[in-house]
Design a protein. Structure first.
Length: 223
């Protein structure tokens, strides 16, 4: 039986570059216990008061990881990407320590394949994913874009003119555009779930889900 990991389990973050620091910082803001590790004493000092624990150690050395108790963690993030060799060594050490969930940053497809083959459960491509997201946003109508597997996405955007002033049932968004309007935000109000009776105004924002190509077409409709 696969061990179930608690949703609030402590997280080991190796590497305090921009990606690792952002990950550790956000986890701390979510009230997660974090042990941040880096070989750079300056970065460790900088983050020592921002996360639960920050220690200086060479994570390429498995004995150094054992000394700081890395084997006690259920979740680890290898945020080292500038050196592929270091990234692979650290990830291999985390695998050897039998950490159940390992997230590893990759800077290329080949790098990612190596990380996956040696045992990383999740391979992350921060730069590529950020570039893809920006490419969808530059049109100006989309305000946020999150793409999942199988070309499925959720987008925050301004509503096209064709669906304004009428209910979503009348607009027939799903039938005409193969999309679902999930939520809506009117000025000064919070996002709420959209229903068939929801009427979209000129000043609203909407959350739309569907396949990326259908969303792109929907976003190019007259505003």
């Amino acid at each position: 039986m696969v061990e179930r990991i608690a949703h609030n389990a402590p997280v080991l973050v190796v590497g305090l570059g921009r990606f690792g620091a952002a990950t550790a910082g956000q986890l701390d803001r979510l009230d997660r216990e974090v042990l941040a590790v880096d070989n750079d004493a300056g970065l460790v000092q900088k983050w020592s008061e921002r996360v639960t624990h920050a220690v200086q150690a060479d994570a390429r050395n498995i004995d150094a990881l054992r000394q700081i108790g890395a084997q006690e963690f259920s979740i680890a993030v290898c945020a080292v990407g500038s050196s592929i060799e270091a990234s692979v060594l650290i990830t291999a050490n985390l695998v050897d320590l039998k950490i159940p969930q390992i997230w590893a940053k990759a800077i290329s497809t080949s790098h990612g394949k190596i990380l996956a083959r040696i045992g990383a459960n999740h391979v992350i491509y921060p730069e590529r994913e950020a570039g893809e997201r920006v490419a969808h946003l530059v049109s100006g109508r989309m305000l946020d874009f999150i793409e999942f597997d199988d070309d499925f996405a959720i987008v925050k955007m301004y509503p096209p003119k064709e669906i304004r002033g009428i209910t979503l049932a009348e607009a027939q968004v799903r039938k005409r555009f193969k999309l679902t309007v999930v939520g809506i935000k009117s000025p000064g109000k919070e996002f709420t779930y959209a229903t068939a009776d929801t009427v979209v105004s000129n000043h609203d924002l909407i959350i739309v889900s569907g396949h990326s190509q259908d969303i792109e077409r929907f976003a190019t409709l007259q505003s």
